[in-house]
Design a binder for this molecule. Structure first.
Ligand SMILES: Cc1cc2nc3c(=O)[nH]c(=O)nc-3n(C[C@H](O)[C@H](O)[C@H](O)COP(=O)(O)O)c2cc1C
Length: 721
């Protein structure tokens, strides 16, 4: 109990040390915080929760708007390079149970140029209200939703009634909405208690205006197992689930409704008309997987630790009889039947809950729905999603045990962090383990341990006040002192505003010490564009391939092309396809590849399949919804095209130099020397070992040469192209 009360009632600034991002500065102290310096906002995210609408009819109202991002945020240098396209957004409130509602901001366009938005299916931002004797809000949305959020909140409740704000995650993109809410409360003379983890509180201490943090909110720093009693059975339990990407991550479990609010965990960026996972895995599986791949696969150890702290069992899962005898077995069966019947009859979960609640005596969190901050509330797919999260995590841990690449970075405003994420994805897609370390939250010993274990590494840093931040300086010192590290391929990256000394200095010091670089240093001005993220991804893949080559060399194995193909491989090699060039473009990112594993797949609509190796650069442009051009090459007309496309490309290097091309209407390049071209849209993709098989429909096409036959690609073995 002591831990629950010690920080309560103290003004934030008096309670918490000012750290990030001001603590980054190692040189002369700045007279104002970096946030003020560039007009950036810092924001909070908190645990979200929700439950399927049951029992009573869902009460909904929506507020629609078309807002221009630039008009809602402070103009910062970063934002000058950002797109100012109109975003279609709306806000919706849904009563979930008699006590719990969701406030959901929906954007039908993706809001950011970041890797995890690659599927381009929009996003949602979920906040929740729980009404017991006290009223609590879980999470505030991104700054894009601020106005609609405040408007919706005022319609939903008298904000003076709000007693608690629970924050499952804080980031520099949400503080605008929090400040808006606190100003509203201040205007009413109200006070709220803000419950969050220590890292969240530290970020807030340097971000909130002093007047607000002193007058309007009392901060309570949460430790795992702490509780908050809202009355009427809502005895909320907090579980800290920190990861390098979300060091402040905190989940909240409400035993009264059996909802668990999991902030970014189990999230997906997708905007649809339903708030729940109707359609199950078929509808959302790909989105959950993509989000996991981008955000959690670079931190498998921490992802595993977070999962272990969340012993979630679906309320609707079949009972386990293990360790149970006699009456306990009967009780388990009754619980299962009751919850299934309540579900089928669409009755309130809170009522069904009274039959199943005592399962928590097993230490399990019997859960009726997982409520993430983005994407659908997970109800029908709880068991499957949990199982897949474990499978993905174990797979990543296994890969990391074979070969790991370390990504060590710091980022005050998220730009270097976005680069780190794209590099990590490039490493993962080449099938090599990756471990990300945020230098700001790591000790020198942790950096040393990771550098010792890894087979290659990258270091990333912003430039602040003409320097690299202190945490990066420390991490670099550790790396330079490790003599074994010199044999490991490395890379350097970072975001800067005008001078970029940090990246130059890291590169120079590693060069001077004799390190070898797997890719050219990445320098990004402010926020990365799509093409910059593509360069990062390709650089990550290059580094991973370099590590794989070294591993093969270490093991003294012969290069695969020297091996004699087995009978089976030779037989598989007799399957042939026509030689084609796939060309795709998204925003300012474009790429191309030679393809021969192409086949027609449907008459109506005209459709085809293409197998794309997972580590191909163009892969990230060929997600469902992506557009591309398939150029079919002709016999005797392939040499110059093959020569150009088979040469090794540096990350981001143009693919079409010396080729006769014209841009198609979907952005891809039409090769004028191809015999035919087809404009296509990716409909779906299937994971098949080391390749993705895309199913795409043909939107348009033209036969450019009706005299020449298609070029065929004959192979000696089925173990390579
Ligand atoms: C207080 C402050 C000082 C900065 N100093 C420099 C600088 O000396 N040189 C530079 O190139 N950029 C400077 N910048 C710009 C940052 O490097 C740039 O915003 C970068 O995108 C931050 O990366 P991050 O989001 O990973 O923290 C500064 C930014 C702030 C807020």
């Amino acid at each position: 109990m002591e831990s629950l009360t010690r920080a309560i009632g103290k003004p934030l600034r008096a309670t918490l040390p000012t750290v990030s991002p001001a603590s980054f500065f190692s040189g002369a102290a700045l007279s104002k915080s970096p946030n003020q310096g560039i007009g950036q906002d810092v924001s909070l995210m908190c645990c979200s929760r929700n439950i399927e609408a049951l029992a009573q009819p869902v009460r909904k109202f929506s507020i629609h708007a078309t807002s221009e991002k630039a008009s809602t945020i402070a103009v910062a240098p970063q934002d000058q390079s950002q797109p100012t396209a109109k975003k279609n957004i709306d806000y919706e409130i849904v009563d979930i149970t008699t006590s719990t509602s969701t406030l959901t901001g929906r954007s039908y366009d993706r809001l950011k140029f970041e890797v995890e938005y690659g599927l381009r299916r929009g996003t949602t931002d979920n906040s929740y209200i729980i009404k017991g004797t006290d009223v609590a809000l879980i999470d505030v949305p991104d700054e894009n939703f601020k106005e609609l959020f405040l408007e919706s909140l005022k319609k939903h409740l008298d904000v003076s009634d709000l007693n608690h704000i629970i924050l499952g995650h804080v980031s520099p993109k949400r503080v605008t909405s929090l400040i808006g809410l606190l100003e509203l409360l201040e205007s009413k003379g109200s006070q709220v208690q803000v419950h969050c983890s220590n890292p969240a509180a530290q970020l807030l201490s340097s971000s909130l205006p002093e007047s607000l943090s002193q007058k309007t909110c009392m901060f309570r720093i949460i430790r795992s197992g702490d509780r908050l009693d809202l009355g009427e059975g809502h005895k909320l339990e907090f579980i800290l689930t920190p990861t390098p990407r979300w060091p402040d991550g905190m989940c909240t479990f409400d035993p009264a409704t059996q909802l668990i609010f999991t902030h970014k965990l189990f999230s997906a960026h997708i905007c649809s008309d339903t708030h729940f996972d109707l359609g199950g895995w078929d509808s959302y599986g790909e989105d959950w997987r993509y989000f996991y791949d981008c955000m959690l696969s670079p931190v498998p150890r921490q992802a595993g630790a977070a999962l272990n702290k969340l012993p979630i069992v679906s309320q609707f899962a079949k009972p386990s009889y293990s360790g149970k005898t006699g009456f306990d077995i009967v009780k388990a069966d009754v619980r299962f039947i009751v919850s299934t019947v309540f579900s089928a009859l669409n009755l309130p979960i809170s009522k069904a809950g009274s039959f199943v609640k005592d399962q928590s005596s097993d230490g399990l969190l019997v859960t009726s729905a997982i409520c993430p901050i983005h994407g659908p509330i997970v109800r029908s797919t709880i068991t499957e999603l949990l199982r897949e999260y474990r499978v993905w995590t174990e797979d990543r841990l296994k890969k990391a045990s074979e070969a790991t690449i370390a990504v060590v970075y710091a980022s005050a405003y998220g730009n270097t962090s976005a680069l780190a994420q794209a590099i990590s994805r490039g490493i993962s897609k080449a099938g090599v383990g990756v471990e990300t370390l945020n230098a700001e939250q790591s000790t020198n010993a942790e950096v040393a341990d990771l550098i010792d274990r890894c087979c290659g590494f990258v270091v990333g840093s912003p430039t602040l006040g003409g320097h690299m931040p202190t945490p990066v300086q420390n991490a670099l010192g550790v790396i330079l002192r490790d003599n074994n590290a010199k044999s490991k391929p490395c890379g350097v990256f970072g975001s800067f505003g005008w001078s970029g000394e940090a990246v130059d200095e890291i590169e120079q010091r590693l060069k001077d010490a004799g390190f070898s670089f797997a890719f050219p240093t990445i320098r990004c001005k402010f926020k990365p564009t799509e093409s910059m993220l593509q360069i990062c991804e390709e650089s990550g893949t290059d580094l991973a391939q370099c590590v794989k080559r070294l591993k093969v060399k270490e093991r003294g194995k012969m290069a695969p092309k020297m091996l004699i193909a087995s009978d089976t491989e030779q037989a598989v090699g007799r399957v042939i396809g026509s030689l084609c060039v796939v060309s795709a473009k998204e925003g300012d990112a474009e790429s191309a590849m030679l393809a021969s594993w192409v086949s027609q797949a449907s008459f109506v609509p005209p459709g085809l399949t293409i197998a794309v190796a997972k580590d191909r650069a163009v892969e990230s442009l060929l997600l469902p919804g992506g557009k591309f051009v398939l150029n079919v090459l002709g016999q005797g007309k392939t040499n110059s095209i093959i020569k150009q496309l088979m040469k090794p490309f540096k990350p981001g290097e143009p693919r079409y130099e010396g080729l006769n091309v014209k841009e198609s209407t979907n952005g891809g390049q039409i090769l004028l020397d191809a015999i035919a071209w087809l404009e296509c849209t990716v409909k779906s993709r299937m994971e098949t070992g080391d390749h993705w098989v895309l199913y795409a429909v043909v939107d348009n096409g033209e036969l450019q040469d009706d005299k020449t036959l298609s070029a065929l690609h004959y192979r000696k073995t089925g173990s390579r192209y």
